[in-house]
Design a protein around this ligand. Structure first.
Ligand code: SF4
Length: 86
């Protein structure tokens, strides 16, 4: 696995209230101000903040663990959000 697989469910971008680090992007209901609620895609994807770039964040802060471990933690967070949304 050489990059994080995002299935573009949009749940992380709609649950920013779960992390203080994303409060600057929160439009007030937990959804990012840059999230397109119709297409469920990021409207600024190409210029999105570093904190939204999973692979970039690994290089910056998480390289003390293996990339597979890091991806696994991210996939687990995705699954928690998917379970919560059911
Ligand atoms: S900037 Fe884009 S990728 Fe980052 S939380 Fe907002 S919609 Fe999601």
């Amino acid at each position: 696995m050489d990059h994080f697989f995002c299935d573009q469910c949009g749940l992380c971008c709609q649950n920013l209230h779960l992390s203080d680090q994303y409060s600057d992007l929160d439009s007030g209901d937990g959804t990012c101000m840059h999230f397109d609620r119709q297409s469920k895609l990021c409207k600024i994807y190409e210029t999105r903040p570093e904190k939204c770039q999973v692979d970039h964040m690994y290089s910056l802060f998480f390289s003390y663990m293996t990339k597979d471990e890091y991806y696994q933690l991210n996939y687990e967070a995705c699954q928690l959000l998917k379970n919560q949304a059911k």
